[in-house]
Write a protein that binds this ligand. Sequence first.
Ligand code: CUA
Length: 181
Amino acid sequence: MNRSSEPLGAVLTSLSLLLLIIPWSLGGAYTAEEGAGDAHAGHGGPSEMSAGQFMAITILFEENNWDADAGIVVAPDPGWMVMGGERMSMNPVYLAAYQWGYSPAEIQLEAGVEYQFRMMTMDVYHGASVSTDSGSQMVRLIPGVVIEQRLTFDEPGEYTLYCSYYCGEQHNGMSGKIVVV
Ligand code: CUA
């Protein structure tokens, strides 16, 4: 009688597999991590993806990391693994940019932990900039391209994520928040 639950289960399983597989499949396109200079940030090369695909992954990320008290809480990575010579996080942070904000709008992270951010714009060019203890990190987000950035926040506190690329009338107010505990 309750046959309708089966397709839903299949869809959820497919989405879960997609979430697991995509970091792997993206891995081959990344360039080697830039080792020189700042030890607290690194980034690989870009990979292409549709806005719809990225948003679906971001929504799953939000659901999987949802905490009723603190919102989106991303725990330290259970383990990094090497795929195709590139070190990949098992628990990356997804961030979607749009006119004019970020989703999730607020993320809670732990201090002293390296996180692998995967970011993409859903519409026009945006920026994603944040000042960490080891300096200011800035990336430009290009439609259809997943940008990777590794970030470590050494000190607890509230960090503002802001758009650093003019994207329209509300560009100046486009921001997000990263709470480090
Ligand atoms: Cu988004 Cu400026």
